[in-house]
Write a protein that binds this ligand. Structure first.
Ligand SMILES: Cc1cc2nc3c(=O)[nH]c(=O)nc-3n(C[C@H](O)[C@H](O)[C@H](O)COP(=O)(O)OP(=O)(O)OC[C@H]3O[C@@H](n4cnc5c(N)ncnc54)[C@H](O)[C@@H]3O)c2cc1C
Length: 315
């Protein structure tokens, strides 16, 4: 990792442990964690950063396993300066660091329906990148545009056609950091929207381990709803069902467990390493394949190295 980094107004921390910044509370350090002061600071940093240094933007880590050896290169995490929410008629523009729940509540107060975001524990950057969704609505359904800073420091506006929204995926360019996104939301009555969000929160608590250390659904549904509406892209078979059929509900490895309340929630039940979690996930994939012939695909993003870098040899 490069010794000299561009001068910035934000915060640069070398060898910063990322575990505490993720929902699963596992993972090693980033070579460098950069928290830009604002979009100009971010753009100047990226344009001055040698092109060979990898860049990984993270949100609030609710869909991530950071491996135990940490992440080489620069991890960028947006904070204050990127969490504003502006509402203009039926359009909501939110900073990429704004929490989905906060955006949903603000929109509802203004009579705009982004209620599906209320129970997703991520940030707007993560919601767009992952095409997050639930209860039949997806980020791609309401998305209009996103402001990004590309890896070379140039700024761009991306439209839905640039991002190719599909089930839990988009084609955001590698190393691009989203700084804000604009959504066009349907109208609704504020009181009804608030009541719907409360009902959804209650439903979550009844059906999912919302108080445990998880990263949400571990595997994509082999078939589940999708925002594309294409006939070849419906997903009705649930991952939890095939995991149950393979007898893996409650399976453990070290401190990792396939949650007994919802078997598609890989959980840090205490003291798990990233390797425990990832290895248990792989064991589940093998068991499901052996039992049903279905290859489960990870929905949780796994980033970084399994092992810490070897210390540089002393001369
Ligand atoms: C209890 C629980 C319930 C969940 N329920 C749901 C659900 O119902 N539906 C659903 O879709 N997901 C769900 N999730 C998963 C997760 O919350 C979503 O995927 C969320 O959108 C991730 O956002 P994040 O900010 O945490 O992103 P992270 O986990 O930090 O990152 C996820 C991806 O987004 C990218 N990213 C984040 N911010 C930026 C940015 N500013 N610019 C560029 N790329 C960025 C990262 O590079 C990474 O590729 C759940 C998770 C938990 C823990």
């Amino acid at each position: 990792m490069t010794k000299s980094l561009p001068n910035v107004r934000g915060t640069v921390t070398r060898n910063k442990d990322l575990g505490g910044l993720t929902w699963l509370r596992v993972g090693g350090p980033a070579d460098v964690l950069f928290q830009p002061a604002d979009v100009e600071d971010l753009a100047a940093f990226l344009s001055g950063l040698p092109t060979e240094v990898p860049v990984f933007p993270m949100g609030v880590g609710s869909n991530l396993i950071v491996r135990d050896g940490g992440v080489r290169g620069v991890v960028i995490r947006l904070g204050r300066g990127f969490n504003g929410i502006d509402i203009d008629s039926d359009r909501v523009t939110a900073g990429a660091a704004a929490l989905d729940a906060h955006v949903a509540r603000k929109a509802a107060e203004a009579g705009l329906d982004l209620t599906f975001l209320r129970t997703i524990p991520g940030s707007i950057g993560g919601a767009v990148r992952m095409n997050a969704g639930c209860y039949g609505s997806y980020t791609g359904d309401v998305f209009e545009s996103a402001e990004v800073v590309l890896r070379d420091g140039t700024r761009a506006t991306l439209s839905a056609s640039d991002l190719n929204f599909a089930y839990r995926s988009t084609t955001l360019p590698e190393g691009a950091v989203m700084v804000s996104a604009t959504f066009k939301a349907p109208n609704g009555d504020p009181e009804e929207l608030t009541a719907r969000m409360e009902a959804q929160l209650a439903k979550r608590d009844e059906t999912q381990p919302t108080k445990d250390r998880t990263a949400g659904s571990t595997f994509r549904n082999p078939a589940g709803f999708s925002s594309t509406g294409r006939e070849d892209d419906t997903h009705d078979l649930k991952a939890w069902k095939v995991i149950d059929n393979a007898g893996m509900r409650g399976a453990t490895r070290g401190g990792a467990v396939m949650n007994t309340m919802h078997s598609n929630f890989l959980t840090n039940a205490g003291g798990a390493t990233a390797a425990d979690l990832e290895d248990l996930g792989e064991e589940v994939r093998k068991a499901v394949y052996a039992q049903s012939g279905i290859t489960l695909q990870w929905e949780i993003m796994r980033v970084g190295e399994r092992d810490a870098p070897k210390a540089a040899k002393k001369q």
